[in-house]
Design a binder for this molecule. Structure first.
Ligand code: GLN
Length: 475
């Protein structure tokens, strides 16, 4: 038998069901892989009770969930009672969660095993993992390259077989871009599909939790478990969650919408060609396509970089050195305590965004920046609504480039441009997925499918269709 850790989640579930492997053995194999791959820096902390938990699970007589006994990793943004939740920041370096996030709880109740908490850009702000206080993660395919961000630790951990699947969050692309860079599948569901309770907030109207896995089928299993209404999150959607694995594998008729005007503007001809080749392949396999127009979409990036910092400046005001987290030493007075705590506890990128956000929200500038950005957001949402009258899903590249070398992007705007194709789905609150679509310069690229509101099933389904006719996701 090949090492079970290199098999898919569905294959591992099969092995556990048939008792061909125990959860303890599987967990041990993953911990060995983690130990061997320490240099990737995927984890901020490990769960030292993982083996003990797996032993207990093995004693259960019945399997109560597909994920029972499966080792997974959580992005270190999800509170887990009794465990550290650092959010990649010095500010929360020693913060032990007093309660658990709904995502953590749901996975715990499914009897899966958390092996550890993954590294990430500080407070999920970044596209390269380089803003983490704990040092950047390395891309397992080429260690000189970035794994993407902000959920780079989760993406790299799945790619390097350090867990069967992992959780992540996506505010502007933080699941899909790292999935693309690491050659795996990453899905961000509809805003409100997964509860944000206990997930450290960055930009609350955009933040959404999701899954990294080896394939669309694997992702569908884990996503279904974490989805669903939660009264603790006022933006949670009160709708039933369908059986996602059935939707993923069922027969569906698709018409893929393609925003050709946007595609024409892609600078890198290899990225453009890769996308067009994928569409050709889908067409050859009988799937219909249709050109669509997405007006205002080119303003997504500037709108996001007003709205996200504005919300972050409000959310991060809670780190004041009083309630929890880092506190500076020997403050002279209260003012000094606030100022030094925040100056010393936050990294440069976070501070920059707090300043931008505070500026955009300030009395004289609110209308000119924040209100305008919200108007653009409404227009973009309408563009998608119109498009979905004629198509079942929309396709575009996940990113305009493959994983870049660590340290190679110094211009902040260039870094922000990483999310040019991912941000629109966040602004409109729509589900979106990235699946591996081939290699350029020996590094993977991603193909993105965006779905209509609550259509996770449809984007998983088209991704599965694509993975049936390609082997880019097999490694
Ligand atoms: N890279 C984007 C940013 O820096 C998106 C981050 C995210 O999705 N959490 O804001």
């Amino acid at each position: 038998m090949s090492n079970p850790t290199s098999q898919s989640l569905i294959e591992q579930i099969n092995l556990l069901e048939k008792k061909e492997i125990s959860s303890l053995e599987l967990t041990q194999l993953y911990l060995t892989n983690i130990e061997k791959n320490k240099d990737l820096n995927c984890f901020i902390s490990l769960n030292d009770k993982a083996l003990e938990e797996a032993k207990k699970i093995d004693k259960l007589k019945e399997r109560k969930s597909l994920l029972q006994g499966i080792p997974l990793a959580h992005k270190d943004i999800f509170c887990a009672e009794g465990y550290k939740t650092t959010c990649g920041s010095k500010m929360l370096e020693n913060f032990i969660s007093p309660y658990s996030s709904t995502v953590f709880d749901k996975l715990k109740k499914s009897n899966s095993i958390m092996v550890g908490k993954t590294n990430m850009d500080e407070f999920a702000m970044g596209s390269s993992n380089e803003t983490s206080y704990f040092g950047n993660v390395k891309n397992p395919i080429n260690k000189k390259r970035s794994p993407g961000g902000s959920s780079g630790g989760s993406a790299a951990a799945v790619r390097a077989n350090l867990c069967a699947f992992a959780t992540g969050t996506d505010t502007g692309g933080s699941i899909r871009q790292p999935a693309s860079f690491c050659g795996i599948t990453g899905i961000k569901p509809t805003y409100g599909r997964v509860s944000r309770w206990g997930m450290v907030a960055f930009a609350s109207s955009l933040d959404q939790a999701g899954i990294f896995a080896k394939s669309a089928i694997d992702a569908s299993i884990a996503l279904e478990i974490i989805s669903g209404f939660d009264e603790k999150d006022s933006t949670s959607i009160n709708e039933n969650v369908p059986k996602l694995i059935n939707e993923t594998t069922s027969e569906m008729d698709h018409i893929i919408g393609i925003p050709f005007k946007l595609i024409e503007k892609i600078n890198d001809y290899k990225v453009k060609q890769n996308f067009l080749d994928c569409i050709d392949l889908l067409k050859k396999n009988g799937i219909k396509t249709k050109e669509i127009d997405l007006p205002f979409i080119e303003y997504s990036l500037p709108a996001y970089y007003v709205i996200a910092p504005a919300e972050c400046s409000a959310n991060l005001s809670r780190y004041d050195g009083i309630k929890y987290g880092y506190r500076c030493e020997n403050p002279k007075d209260l003012e000094d305590l606030y100022t030094r705590t925040r100056s010393e506890g936050f990294g440069e990128e976070v501070k920059k965004r707090i300043l931008i956000g505070t500026y955009c929200l300030s009395a004289g500038y609110f209308d000119a920046y924040y209100l305008k950005a919200q108007k653009i957001r409404a227009r973009i949402t309408n563009s998608f609504k119109e498009a979905f009258k004629n198509v079942t899903v929309i396709a575009m590249p996940t990113c305009s480039n493959e994983a870049f070398e660590l340290g190679s992007i110094q211009d902040p705007v260039k870094m922000y441009e990483q999310d040019i194709y991912t941000i629109p789905a966040n602004l409109a609150g729509l589900p979106a997925i990235s699946v591996p679509s081939g290699l350029i310069n020996k590094m993977p690229l991603g193909l993105q499918f965006i779905g209509n509101h609550l259509d996770e099933g449809k984007i998983l389904n088209i991704s599965h269709e694509f993975q049936k006719i390609t082997d880019y996701h097999v490694y």
